[in-house]
Design a protein around this ligand. Structure first.
Ligand code: TMP
Length: 259
């Protein structure tokens, strides 16, 4: 496996050439970064948890008809995915004011928004991923108008589904970021959900206490990141009840194959 060709290395994941043409292996690292990697740390066990949580969410979303790049989980840190052309737009959906919208508009964190709000950011590290409008996206050709409509509709469906899913396990889905890709199949191009959905890319607050169960624990130096991600996994039914959140060998997950 170590001889696999590395296609791309990002801040939290590596993509390797897959076993079949048109497939890739997505490897979840333990690296945590924030503020465009100005802050960086390696957090033992984070990659294993994100691999499993993202698998769970992509499978559930696939079941309700959201097309995704996910094929199957291969082991503790890796999943097999379909190769797609990533659209260079981060789609953020917000239900409650937090993070950058709270700062930009002077809203108190935790204030429910009048309705779910969809925002777009241009994926360009050199520019710190600036917020852009639909006008920018279509004028510069990052996505065509029908693609953008499809991404927006899918993002709102994903928000509805995930809000319900998390509410059911006592978690508030405050906001999240997703990415889409173009998948070429039988000469047709389809937009599919790509990348990952994990506590790295969502804000998840305990419904009773507002305790943060996401990457803000790292961004804001609160500590307890692995314990928080383990709590999310446990409530989703991925980590066994009564299992210690983590130990030196990292969290143990239900029905994992190997590492
Ligand atoms: P923001 O409030 O910092 O704009 O973040 C909104 C959501 O997007 C939050 O759930 C965290 C997620 N996010 C990412 O996944 N990657 C990023 O680079 C940023 C800035 C935010």
């Amino acid at each position: 496996m170590s001889k696999r060709r590395r296609i791309y290395e990002g801040k939290a994941k590596i993509l390797y050439e897959g076993p079949e043409p048109g497939t890739l292996v997505q490897h979840f690292k333990d690296d945590a970064t924030a503020f465009n990697a100005k802050k960086h740390e390696v957090i033992d066990g984070k990659g294993v948890l994100n691999n499993r949580i993202s698998e769970y969410l992509f499978v559930r979303l696939g079941e309700i008809g959201i097309p995704t790049h996910f094929i199957k989980r291969l082991n503790m840190r890796e999943q097999l995915i379909k190769e797609v052309e990533i659209i260079p737009i981060e789609v953020v959906v917000r239900n409650v004011a937090a993070g950058s919208i709270a700062k930009r508009l002077g809203l108190e964190e935790g204030t429910p928004l009048p309705r779910s709000i969809v925002e777009f950011y241009f994926k360009e590290d050199k520019l710190d991923d600036p917020m852009v409008s639909e006008e920018h996206i279509t004028a510069f050709g990052w996505a065509h108008p029908p693609e953008l409509d499809e991404m927006t509709a899918m993002a709102l469906r994903i928000n509805d589904y995930m809000s319900g899913l998390f509410t059911g396990i006592g978690i508030k889905l405050v906001d999240f970021k997703i990415e889409f890709g173009r998948l070429v199949e039988n000469d047709m191009v389809r937009i599919v959900l790509a990348d990952e959905i994990s506590p790295d890319s969502c804000r998840l607050w305990d419904a009773d206490t507002d305790k943060k169960l996401d990457k803000d624990r790292f961004r804001r130096d609160m500590g307890g990141l692995v314990e928080a991600y383990s709590e999310v996994a446990r409530r989703l039914g991925i980590l066994m009840e009564n299992e210690p959140p983590s130990d030196k060998s990292g969290p143990r997950l239900v029905s994992s194959n190997e590492d």
